[in-house]
Design a binder for this molecule. Sequence first.
Ligand code: SAM
Ligand code: SF4
Ligand code: SF4
Length: 326
Amino acid sequence: MQLTDSIGRNINYLRLSITDRCNMRCFYCMPEDGINKKEHSSILSYEELLLIAEIAVELGIEKIRITGGEPLVRSGIVSFLEKLAKIDGLRHLALTTNGLELSRLADGLHKAGVQRLNVSIDSLNAQTFSVITRGGDLKKVLEGLDAAEKAGFQPPKINCVIMRGVNDSEILDFAEMTLSHGNSIRFIEYMPAIKEADWQRYSISGSEIMERIAMRYTLETMDKGAFAGPSRDFKIVGAEGSIGVITAVSGHFCSDCNRIRVTSGGEAKGCLFSDEKTDLLPYLRPSNSERLAEVLQKIVSTKPERHSISDVGYNHRNFTMSQVGG
Ligand code: SAM
Ligand code: SF4
Ligand code: SF4
């Protein structure tokens, strides 16, 4: 089966957030004192998350990415992933993590059937890393990367939010990891999710990032993989890893969007920046698979054509990425 939205986009990718909690406090993602955590009872149980995933796959979803908050802080995650990986028809299972708990869990994640890891690292300098994450330990994250490879994963993809005056001086250092370590890097434009005062000062466009790399290295464009989302992908000639840019704010890549999201509290969203969401709880407690399938189909058929955050005068409601799943 294939899920197609109203403008013909094939929607084959579900981002499933399993918790709104996190063991870091990245300043661009959540306020210093954290967020109002949801009551335990309003977080979807693993059984509920599995049911959503099974129905989504029946409808045409082929790739699921587990995210959060920080997914590795939720206990029982490995056995949940084992069950998820066994869903008939699911072709790709990936997970995005800040890497702090990776040393402990990499082996279990690999055995459970996770095929790809994305690790978010915004600086290779311990001090800058600690400032961005409000206390995160870079050494632990880098140990997690090693543990992932020892467990049998390909070198994890690195997600890096580039912010002017904060970490933009490290663009080339990250790009060089595609040569020295074989990691693929995805540079993400800073998004004004929590709408900090004067947020524009951090903005640096995907094209500027690529120009800076192209001044040092010869780049070749890459074909998009089967489940590629809205990133533009390049390679330094001779490198093992690729370099992608997610021009979430400056670029209008929404025409290639292939994703929907479900938050840990059970809200389904067709677009990260849309205020539109549908509460799945009425169809989960008690569970009603038929209605759930209808609602997920509706999320796809009403998926917005594009975001409007860069339009003059547009005012989106602020949100924390950790609650929506990034
Ligand atoms: N905790 C995990 C992590 O950090 O990888 C998974 C959840 S996090 C919300 C998912 C992704 O969203 C991360 O790569 C993070 O850098 C990104 N993100 C969060 N807030 C962002 C923002 N304001 N602009 C751009 N990317 C953001
Ligand atoms: Fe936590 Fe990830 Fe948000 Fe950082 S980006 S605060 S690690 S959820
Ligand atoms: Fe897809 Fe919305 Fe992101 Fe555009 S802004 S790529 S439509 S989720």
